[in-house]
Design a protein around this ligand. Structure first.
Ligand code: T4K
Length: 433
């Protein structure tokens, strides 16, 4: 078995492990409601008594976690390249089939370190459709992020639009594998090689995902994963930088620990990017359970697909079944001209029902500070980012979300669409009162 196989989802949804509560969730209070409840924005009771979040953490096996915490406390080794961090790094590199995995305290610091270790400078081409951390990690060290537009079919950087942004100051392309669906790596690599640029990836969403049968983690010069609480694999807070480049890995290790190369010996500029042992214990525990998480996420994605099939104007983003996917994000696009409601109106409907859907990554990083002040005209070259960012809704999934929840959420969406004029009128009235 290769490391790649470890994170491969089964061809059919696997039975759900008892450590995850998805299928055994106690009925939510809303289950007692009538089959066609009145929408909360129209005066009904919210469909969910408790908020349903996007990004509810997957927890793994508590007994294993507590055993590791006890081991850690008994050992009195809490940070600074402890045994759990070393084991987590080993397991990550085995799983992904990559030579080096360096754990860090979060992906933002990981990006900053990787960017600096790879000597990026001047201008770096990035997507505008990403979490703000991708750009901040550059701007934080006075490297200019230059925003390029997306391919609307993938939500990732459109390789055909990269070269127009290359100037004599450009040193790299930094792509994001948005929703865990890998970038067009080969096309980006071809441009980078031909134009003498470095290529790196923000792989925050993409643990357990593959492209052409190769796990994300070994593409470009380096890739950076997030293990934030909301991510597919979580270590409370955390991340990992992966690379097959020995010299780069060594620099990254030094920079993550103040540049120390031994007691009292600092040989490099550095920061404190270390992962602590409690986070590594959580990461190891969650890593042991990722096949179950994939199975639940995959099942939920299939349930959304079935329930939203044929709803005009609503499209659910698909995952390539020939690849490994973590199915961590349920993403729909709302076409107002068909649906009769704007995305924001549908989000308000869902929030009123306690479904805390998110508008990731609205309004696009180029419209956030400091970028909108620095580059007030950036949007002119970002038409697809502007359009898609205004249409996307991310819906709840993960081990805290059951198929019954999914069916109810989709029922709410259908119901809102069926009553679009009344919903819109009520929202307009509420806004003006
Ligand atoms: N690159 C990309 C492409 C990223 O998406 C991210 C992070 C990064 C880089 C940086 O990685 P890190 O430095 O964080 O490792 C959330 C996450 O905080 C952030 O990690 C993530 N991307 C982003 C997409 O989502 P917010 O501002 O939406 O977080 P917040 O507090 O609104 O929480 C999201 C939802 O999760 C809420 O509905 C509540 C729920 N939640 C959250 C936490 C922390 C829980 O139910 N339990 C929890 O413990 O950014």
């Amino acid at each position: 078995m290769t490391g790649y196989d470890r994170v491969r989802p089964c061809s059919t949804p696997a039975p759900v492990s008892p450590i995850f509560h998805t299928q055994a969730l106690p009925p939510t209070p809303c289950m007692a409601k009538s089959p066609v409840p009145e929408l909360a924005v129209l005066g009904g009771t919210p469909a969910f008594a408790q908020s349903l979040h996007v990004g509810r953490p997957n927890l793994g096996d508590r007994e294993r976690l507590f055993a590791r915490f006890n081991e850690m406390l008994d050992r009195r080794w809490l940070s600074n390249n402890g045994p759990f961090v070393q084991e987590f790094e080993r397991r990550i590199s085995e799983s992904l089939g990559v030579k080096h995995a360096i754990c860090v305290c979060n992906a933002t610091i990981g990006l900053e370190i990787a960017i600096r270790a790879a000597d990026l400078s001047g201008e770096v081409i990035v997507p505008a459709y990403t979490f703000v951390a991708t750009a901040h990690a550059l701007q934080w060290q006075e490297i200019t992020p230059v925003f390029a537009d997306m391919d609307p079919a993938t939500h990732n950087l459109d390789p055909t639009l990269i070269e127009r942004h290359i100037t004599p100051r450009t040193t790299a392309i930094l792509g994001t594998h948005v929703w865990g669906r890998p970038c067009a790596v080969a096309a980006l690599q071809e441009i980078a090689t031909r134009r003498g640029l470095k290529l790196m990836f923000d792989a925050a969403h993409a643990f357990g995902c593959s492209l052409g049968g190769r796990s994300v983690g070994g593409f470009g010069l380096a890739e950076v994963f997030s293990f934030h609480a909301t991510k597919f694999l979580n270590s409370f807070e955390g991340g990992a930088i992966t690379t097959n480049d020995d010299a780069l890995a060594q620099r990254i290790r030094l920079m993550t620990n103040f540049g120390f190369a031994g007691f009292d010996k600092v040989i490099h500029i550095g920061t404190n990017g270390k992962m602590n042992e409690a986070c590594a214990a959580m990461g190891l525990t969650c890593l042991e359970g990722i096949n179950e998480v994939v199975a639940v996420n995959r099942r939920n994605h299939a349930a959304y697909k079935t329930s939203l099939a044929g709803v005009p104007g609503i499209s659910l983003i698909a995952y390539d079944e020939a690849e490994q996917n973590n199915y961590q994000y349920i993403v729909i696009e709302v076409d107002e001209s068909v649906v009769g409601l704007h995305r924001d109106e549908l989000v308000r409907v869902l929030h009123a029902e306690n479904v805390l859907a998110r508008k990731y990554f609205w309004p696009g990083v180029h419209r956030m500070e400091p970028y909108c002040s620095l580059f007030p005209h950036a949007h002119l070259l970002l038409p697809e980012t502007e359009r898609v960012a205004g249409q996307v809704i991310v819906l709840p999934t993960g081990t805290a979300v059951s198929e019954v929840d999914v069916a109810r959420i989709c029922g709410l969406i259908r119901s809102a669409l069926d009553q679009a004029p009344a919903v819109r009128a009520r929202l307009v009235a509420a806004a003006s009162s």
